[in-house]
Each structure stands twice: as structure tokens, then as C-alpha cells.
Design a protein around this ligand. Structure first.
Ligand code: DX5
Ligand code: ZN
Length: 219
């Protein structure tokens, strides 16, 4: 069970220091927003490149951008160890996933709350992770959408049938109050922004989340 704290809730004026606060996490979740795919704009390639040089843990880049077909592989080249694109934005998602792997990254596909998984299940052979959004992408600190748990179960079942080392990630409103149901539904990678960076002791928050998820691991 892996924890990936989101830097969207971190102090953007001190991103390196904020990475050190979560050095006990498994991944550093980097929310890339272009102001088009989502109504918010955060950071891009130059910042990801700089963070990759100083981060004590690997970068998990979540691309909430238009045209990932063009840009996604460049995030892998910039140092993203895992790069996730949104299926709603991809022109040729299988090509994007293969380009990400060719660039040395784990390839992730994200699906918004209103998007069904079934039409894209045949992409699993080219994927290393499926991200089920548990909020509408664009902002941190939103309420957790429990109605996405059936989709997490559906993805977990498809991954089980397919076999292979494909991870199931959830992102949005994940906290000590909501992580258990995510784990029971089948998630094994957990993004948490405000629950970690809003805590006095971010490292302790990471440990608590990991312990709760592990105690409620799906069957
Ligand atoms: C939202 C981002 C999330 C967000 C999570 O679009 O993709 O990663 O930062 O923040 P919390 O955990 O506060 O909901
Ligand atoms: Zn995210």
C-alpha cells in the first residue's frame, strides 16, 4: 500500500523543503494543471525537472492537461518516474501509454468521476496504473466522492483478471476518514494533499494513512 502526497497543498514557495517533509512517502504526487483541461494552472516541465533533481522520492506526475499525446512523454524525460494522463484528453491513449513506457516511466491512465472505465479496459496491457478520481480534478481540499468506490472495485476486478503489476490509485479527498473504504474497494496507491500537508507533522500523517490502508487491504 503506497502513499503519494500531493504537492497541490504544499507551500509552493518552498517545494524542495516540502518534499523533504514527506521523504517517508512512496511517491511525491505532482499535480500538473494547464488552465484548460481544468480551471486551474499550477506548474509545468521546468518545475518538474527541477523537483526531480532534488526529490528524495520518485515523482508521480498527474497530468491534468490538454494534448497529453504531445506533452506526456516529455514529463517522463523531465524526471517523472510515473506519469498519468487523463483519458478524456488523449487522442490516441494506447500510443501515449507506450510512449511513456518507452521514455522509461510507468504509464498511468486517469478517469474523471463522470467517465466510465469499461470502454477503456482493453488498454490495461499498456498500463501500469489506473487512477480513479474521487473528486472533480482541479482543486485540493474538496469532499471525497464515495460514489466512486464501485468504479474502484470494477477496476480492481479487471486488473485481477488481467494479471500483471497494475496499480489502482485514488485521488481526491483521501484522508484518515476515507482511506479505509478505498483500500477495501481495491485501491493500493493513495494520493493525499490536504490530509498530509495540512497536518502539523506531515511524515506522521503519511505513516497513519499507510497503516490504515494496510489494515484494510482488499481481499
Ligand atoms: C485534484 C488533484 C489532487 C488534489 C488532492 O485535481 O489531482 O491530487 O491535490 O488534494 P486533496 O487530498 O486535498 O483532495
Ligand atoms: Zn492529483
Amino acid at each position: 500500500m503506497q502513499i503519494s502526497p500531493s504537492n497541490l497543498s504544499a507551500d509552493f514557495a518552498n517545494l524542495e523543503r516540502e518534499l523533504r517533509r514527506i521523504s517517508n512517502a512512496d511517491w511525491a504526487h505532482v499535480d500538473v494543471m494547464d488552465g484548460h483541461f481544468v480551471p486551474n494552472l499550477t506548474l509545468g516541465l521546468p518545475v518538474v525537472e527541477a523537483l526531480a533533481k532534488v526529490s528524495p522520492i520518485p515523482l508521480d506526475c498527474h497530468l491534468m492537461i490538454d494534448d497529453p499525446d504531445r506533452w506526456a512523454p516529455q514529463y517522463a524525460e523531465a524526471g517523472g518516474s510515473s506519469v498519468t494522463f487523463h483519458i478524456e484528453a488523449a487522442g490516441d491513449p494506447r500510443r501515449v501509454a507506450r510512449d511513456l513506457r518507452a521514455a522509461g516511466a510507468r504509464a498511468g491512465m486517469a478517469i474523471k468521476p463522470g467517465t466510465a472505465f469499461a470502454p477503456y479496459a482493453d488498454l490495461l496491457p499498456d498500463l501500469d496504473m489506473v487512477l480513479v478520481m474521487t473528486v472533480e480534478p482541479g482543486f485540493g481540499g474538496q469532499s471525497f466522492m464515495a460514489d466512486q468506490m464501485p468504479k474502484v472495485r470494477e477496476v480492481r476486478e479487471a486488473v485481477r483478471r488481467h494479471g500483471g503489476d497494475i496499480w489502482v490509485q485514488v485521488d481526491g479527498g483521501v484522508s484518515a476518514d476515507t482511506i479505509e473504504q478505498c483500500a477495501e474497494a481495491g485501491a493500493d496507491v493513495f494520493v493525499a494533499g490536504s490530509a498530509v500537508y495540512g497536518a502539523q507533522d506531515a511524515a506522521a500523517a503519511v505513516e497513519e494513512l499507510r497503516a490504515l490502508a494496510t489494515a484494510h487491504r482488499h481481499g
